[in-house]
Design a protein around this ligand. Structure first.
Ligand code: NAP
Length: 280
């Protein structure tokens, strides 16, 4: 029987960590795409305690750096000819203007551009698997702001709009994948996991401020174990969720900017041009 393989970005914290722990018995091999190899090695030990039979491999990948993403994809393609499930989960919230090494807004680079490139590079492997699944961890924040030019190097910084646009980008990516590849068997789902108490947005503000803000908002947040269930559900039921946006596990209509087809077309085409790619 062919080995089943799952790859996940951002497995070292929060929703990604919860997801991979829940899915520990669902695949024969799990590829942990992580920028922090120490955290990934620690996670690997934890995962092997949960299931000593599973094969765990750490792949170094900084989603905010195009060369790192290309190298990670090359490493995977060199070793494997198929990938059953790709989970695009890693993400950040910046609280001040930050640029990636390639000159993009850091949130757009990490949350969207890196994942677009990774998906483009790994799609042939996904299409060569039996399961053919991509799960994108998007966010209800896609409703925060319409996409705006210049897409990847905005002149002004606004944390809410910038984060919202990067997550709108991931939603567009999921929609584009579904439109182009569902007839060939690809099952794509975009997931909003709810408001989950994780590390997101906490690393770049002082622990005192982060503690205060998150304490005030605490009643609205669910735990990581609860929050990751929507991702786990989408992975486990590819047919049910294929082509849909899952809002905390419930299939939901995509509203506002999420259904702006013209803007999606323009944004996806601009991404392809920026990355010097012909098609997704
Ligand atoms: N928490 C929420 O309420 C919420 C709501 C809606 C959507 N989401 C989405 O859920 C996803 C997971 O976020 P989370 O809340 O679980 O946050 P988190 O606890 O901060 O985890 C984020 C993960 O992404 C990784 N990551 C960040 N930047 C990276 C980079 N440049 N290269 C590679 N990996 C990188 C982190 O790695 P390190 O461990 O090395 O930092 C970590 O594993 C994100 O896409 C987020 O937008 C979260």
């Amino acid at each position: 029987m062919t080995e089943t393989i799952m790859a996940i970005t951002g497995p070292t914290s929060g929703i990604g960590r919860g997801t991979v722990k829940n899915l520990i018995h669902d695949f024969d091999r799990i590829l942990l795409l992580a920028r922090n190899l120490e955290k990934a090695a620690y996670l690997k030990q934890e995962l092997l305690e949960l299931n000593p039979e599973v094969q765990i491999e750490i792949i170094e990948c900084d989603l905010s750096v195009l060369d790192s993403v290309r190298q990670a994809a090359e490493n995977i393609k060199y070793k494997y000819d198929h990938l059953d499930c790709l989970i695009n989960n890693a993400g950040i919230v910046s609280t001040s203007k930050e640029e990636s090494v390639d000159g993009y807004d850091l949130m757009m680079a990490t949350n969207y551009i890196g994942h677009f490139l990774l998906t483009h590079e790994l799609l042939p492997l996904v299409m060569n698997s039996e399961r053919k699944q991509v799960v994108v961890v998007s966010s209800g924040a896609y409703k925060f702001a319409p996409m705006k030019k210049p897409f990847f190097k905005p002149k002004r910084f606004n944390a809410f709009a910038g984060y919202g646009r990067s997550k709108l980008g991931t939603l567009y990516l999921a929609q584009e994948l579904h439109e182009k590849y569902s007839r060939k068997g690809l099952k794509t789902t975009a997931v909003h996991p709810g408001m989950v108490s994780t590390n997101i947005g906490k690393s770049n503000v002082s622990p005192t401020v982060a503690g205060l803000v998150f304490k005030l908002l605490d009643p609205f947040f669910v735990t990581v174990e609860e929050g990751c269930q929507s991702v786990v559900k989408a992975v486990r039921q590819p047919e049910k969720y294929a082509g849909f946006y899952s809002d905390e596990g419930e299939i939901a209509a995509v509203k506002q900017y999420g259904s702006d087809f013209q803007m999606r077309r323009e944004f996806i085409d601009a991404t392809l041009e920026e990355l010097d790619l012909e098609a997704l």
